[in-house]
Each structure stands twice: as structure tokens, then as C-alpha cells.
Write a protein that binds this ligand. Structure first.
Ligand SMILES: *Cc1c(COP(=O)(O)O)cnc(C)c1O
Length: 361
């Protein structure tokens, strides 16, 4: 069976070259005579893999030295708790912009630990746009402002980093990390689950400004304390070693295939435009998101007829385009076109959509 084009929102497609390299090294890694899965996380061999992944991430994302890079577990969802426990500490107050389900979950979880304020929301139009934000909207005494930079379910993204002045900005970048350059220095903390653009599920990356850690709430479990992980170079306990190894391979793939994140962005813009241009010209399919706020990674679309949507998803699957069904809460379709989705996959999908449109006119 040939590989399909996988448009899953997560876990999602990994670069085929990375999978082949991992397969090649699966049983014996280099001259170690062991699989990376079997290595002690305290061994020299593993230490090299761990440090290389961190160094590559720092290089590719241009992460300044005053930021810690942490390799954690628990998914982006654990960060909905870890962020408030570690950062909501001076005034026990934080501001939230609700742009979808993940942003809302982050808000709800934080409200268990302090005062969580909603400063803006796009719920009125099913999260199909990013609200306009102005510095004056944020609480002067908020410990941080939280946003979800790319909204995986609804297919929107921030095109500008909100200006929060001196208040640290925290962003969930699970579904857009490594898809384009991001100025890390504008944020207090960034976090991302690995299973969209980095590695298999099980690894969570946190990038946090060093001065923001070390004052976690007393109730914070040891494993939820950033300081503990920072002091131990993400080796306080057993890290998700194999996933970190795959992250290293993915980062090397980005360097080799694209060079840097500017090139990655150009590639992603070109790729997304193929789909959006078709959706904007189609008589059957329609994109659901405000043009200016469209995600480069997650592209929701509908026909306007649920039966036809279901027929499309079914026929697409038979033709080798899988996981195109929209999120269970929004319906329709969604094509997630992360870094590892080749341009050819989107071109072929559009050809298939044109054919479907002709046959169902
Ligand atoms: C997938 C996703 C999450 C949830 O990630 P888990 O690793 O499953 O906890 C959170 N936020 C965003 C933006 C996501 O895309």
C-alpha cells in the first residue's frame, strides 16, 4: 500500500524522509548497538541527541539566550495548568483572548487558579476571525496575556503579535510552530504540543523567558514547575526521548530542505494559496474564515450541504486523501497542511476537488 496524503489536524503527517531515516536507525542507532528507544536517558549517547535537538531548535527559531527551552510531556493541554501555576503569581490575574476551543480551555483552566479575564472573543461568529486588539484593552496589572496563535479547529491565525506593553505575552503555538519565523523576544512564553509540526504525540516544547520562572505557586506539583525542568535541562525525570530524537530529525529536515523559517514560510504560503485560491473561485466549496485571518496550516471549508460534505470526505478517502473531515464540533471539512505536507499533496487534492465539483454540480 502506498502512502496516502494525510490531512489530519494532529497527530499529523511527518516528513517521509524523516520516517525513512528513523526506520533505518530504529534497531541500531549509529554505532551504539541499541535503539534510541532503549537508551538510558542518562547516557552520553542520548545526551548528544537531546542537546542537538535543543541546539537546532534554538538555531532555527532564533531563540535568544535569555530563554529556556524545555522538553516536557503532558501535551499542550497541561500547559493550560502549568502556565497559571508558574506565571499567575504577582496579582493572580491574567487576560485571555478567546479565538477558539483551545484558547477557551486555557482560559477555563486558568480561572481555577486566579482571576482570568476575557478581553476579546470571536465566538459571535463561530471563531471565524481574529478580534482587533489594542493595548488599552489589557488589564494593567495582569500577570500575563494569553493567546492561541493559530487556531487549529477554526483555521484562523494572528497575523500580528499583539502589543501588550510590559505584560508578558503567552502563546499556544501548537499548530504553527516552525511554519514561519516568530519573534520569540516579543513573548514571555511559547508552548506547543509536538504532534502537529514537530514529532509524534508525547513531547511538549516550552520556550520561556528565564526571569519569569522560579516563583511558582506553592501548590505546584514538582513536575509542573518550570524551574525544576530548567535546572535539570529537561532531565529531571525520563523525558520523551524517542520523540526528542524525531524532533531532531525534523529540524534537520527543515534545514536541509528549506534552509530557514523564512523559506519555510514562503513554501507554506505558496502551498496554502493553491487551496485558498481554488476555494475562492469554486462554486461548490467555500472557505469559512475571514480572508485576512486565514491560517497557513489548517484550512476549513464547506459545501453548505452536510450530505455532500460527507460524500466528499468518503470519496476523498477512497482516492487517498485522508482525514479531511472537519472537527466534530464544526462539521464540514478541514485540510491540515502542516510543514510535512508536500505541495504535490495540495495540488492533487485541488484536482480531486475540481473533479468532485464537476460530478456534483
Ligand atoms: C492540538 C492542540 C492542543 C492540544 O494539544 P494536546 O497535546 O493534545 O494537549 C492545544 N492547542 C492547540 C492550538 C492545538 O492545536
Amino acid at each position: 500500500m502506498a502512502r496516502v496524503y494525510n490531512f489530519s489536524a494532529g497527530p499529523s503527517v511527518l516528513p517521509e524522509k524523516v520516517l525513512r531515516k528513523a526506520a533505518e536507525e530504529l534497531v541500531e542507532f549509529g554505532s551504539t548497538g541499541q535503539s534510541v528507544m532503549e537508551m538510558s536517558h542518562r547516557s552520553k549517547e542520548y545526551e548528544a541527541i537531546h542537546n542537538e535537538a535543543e541546539a537546532l531548535l534554538r538555531e532555527i527559531m532564533e531563540i535568544p539566550d535569555n530563554y529556556e527551552v524545555l522538553f516536557l510531556q503532558g501535551g499542550a493541554s497541561s500547559q493550560f495548568t502549568m502556565v497559571p501555576m508558574n506565571l499567575m503569581i504577582k496579582n493572580r490575574k491574567a487576560d485571555f483572548v478567546l479565538t477558539g476551543q483551545w484558547a477557551t480551555k486555557a482560559y477555563k483552566e486558568a480561572s481555577r487558579y486566579g482571576q482570568a479575564n476575557i478581553v476579546a472573543s470571536s465566538k459571535d461568529k463561530t471563531f471565524s476571525y481574529i478580534p482587533e486588539l489594542d493595548k488599552s484593552m489589557f488589564s494593567k496589572d495582569a500577570d500575563y496575556v494569553h493567546i492561541c496563535y493559530n487556531n487549529t479547529i477554526y483555521g484562523t491565525k494572528f497575523t500580528e503579535i499583539p502589543d501588550t506593553g510590559d505584560i508578558p505575552l503567552v502563546a499556544d503555538i501548537s499548530s504553527c510552530i516552525l511554519s514561519e519565523p516568530i519573534d520569540v523576544s516579543r513573548f514571555g512564553l511559547l508552548y506547543a504540543g509536538a504532534q502537529k509540526n514537530m514529532a509524534p504525540a508525547g513531547l511538549t516544547v516550552v520556550i520561556v523567558r528565564k526571569d519569569l520562572i522560579g516563583n511558582a505557586m506553592d501548590i505546584t506539583p514538582t513536575m509542573f514547575n518550570y524551574q525544576i525542568h530548567a535546572e535539570n535541562k529537561s532531565l529531571y525525570n525520563t523525558p520523551p526521548c524517542y520523540n526528542i530524537y524525531i524532533l531532531g530529525l525534523v529540524l534537520k529536515w527543515i534545514k536541509e530542505e528549506f534552509g530557514d523559517l523564512n523559506k519555510m514560510k514562503e513554501h507554506n504560503e505558496k502551498k496554502a494559496a493553491i487551496l485558498y485560491d481554488f476555494l475562492d473561485s469554486s462554486k461548490l466549496f467555500k472557505a469559512t474564515v475571514n480572508k485576512k485571518d486565514r491560517s497557513l496550516m489548517n484550512v476549513p471549508f464547506v459545501t453548505g450541504n452536510e450530505e455532500l460534505d460527507a460524500k466528499f470526505v468518503k470519496e476523498a478517502k477512497e482516492a487517498g486523501f485522508v482525514n479531511l473531515k472537519g472537527h466534530r464540533t464544526v462539521g464540514g471539512m478541514r485540510a491540515s497542511i502542516y510543514n510535512a505536507m508536500p505541495i504535490e499533496g495540495v495540488e492533487k487534492l485541488v484536482e480531486f476537488m475540481k473533479e468532485f465539483e464537476k460530478n456534483n454540480a
